[in-house]
Ligand binder design. Sequence first.
Ligand SMILES: Cc1cc2nc3c(=O)[nH]c(=O)nc-3n(C[C@H](O)[C@H](O)[C@H](O)COP(=O)(O)OP(=O)(O)OC[C@H]3O[C@@H](n4cnc5c(N)ncnc54)[C@H](O)[C@@H]3O)c2cc1C
Length: 294
Amino acid sequence: MELIQKNQSLKNLNSWLVGGEAEYFCQPTSVEELKECVAWAQQKNLAITILGGGSNVLVADQGVRGLTICLKSFSGLEEVSANEFVALSGTSKSEVLKVFLKNKLPPALFLAGIPGQVGGGVVMNAGVAESFVPREFCEIVSWVEVLKPDLSLKKYANADIDWSYRHSEGWQPGIITRVGLSWKNGILEGAILNKVKDANRNRLSKQPLDMPSCGSVFRNPKGHKAAQLVDSCGLKGFTIGGAQVSTKHANFIVNTGNATALELWDLIVRVQKTVLEQKQVQLQTEVVRIGAWT
Ligand SMILES: Cc1cc2nc3c(=O)[nH]c(=O)nc-3n(C[C@H](O)[C@H](O)[C@H](O)COP(=O)(O)OP(=O)(O)OC[C@H]3O[C@@H](n4cnc5c(N)ncnc54)[C@H](O)[C@@H]3O)c2cc1C
């Protein structure tokens, strides 16, 4: 089929800049094209992997078997009113930020810090630690539309979804296609652009945003901060090959240049082991591994 390519490198499609090739690859631009791609994979009995902005995935060096559906071009944003929007799931959060900003709506503050796409934001219930209101995706999503495996589209209201810390459940299986976004609890007074700039400056001072990473690697365990646990084990700067625990933020693992996915994963496992031994806390990854790891 015309939409499908073979052996597409995924290295530049994830924020760690690692990983191998997709066996089959497509970039649909509409729900119709997405359906065609899914039907094609189903006919061939191929596994389907969804790649959003690639800012929270670790792509295997051996690549991804089956069909990888990249949502980079699956983008579009409609302003229903000054505080209600509908986004295709591949729309970048920065595009969404712009409309919230234009309408002086407070979600602009937390959106400014999070890369990736709207769909990935829903899957991960992306959010920030700062005490902004709102500060997580679950607070700005009105509904989520999903392409189900039988190729029907099903709409879930916010309340149908079970939202938790960096996770959402209840809409699966399927591919998120469209998301209704809204904020009806007032506007931000004052110079909102300055507030967003301050929030960005604050992040820049604390996070290694000049190096390839996937943001926070580990979830914060109940009652703990993952970064503090890693730091207190003396792991800042610990390196395996091209993978390094950031010297700036201990919950970030950066690619110092030529890291492989395996080196990043080995470092993740080493950090987990050390924190378990020294602090008796099991760290869980926030980052999702995709592709052929065995
Ligand atoms: C510098 C940096 C800073 C970050 N800071 C934060 C932060 O402050 N807070 C935070 O929460 N996260 C943060 N992250 C992590 C990341 O940006 C978020 O988790 C983001 O929501 C992931 O979106 P994405 O589109 O990149 O998803 P991807 O990484 O592409 O995918 C994540 C998962 O969602 C699935 N998926 C993606 N789109 C769809 C879809 N449409 N339908 C079904 N499944 C889908 C993928 O298959 C994968 O399992 C940061 C990352 C970086 C690189």
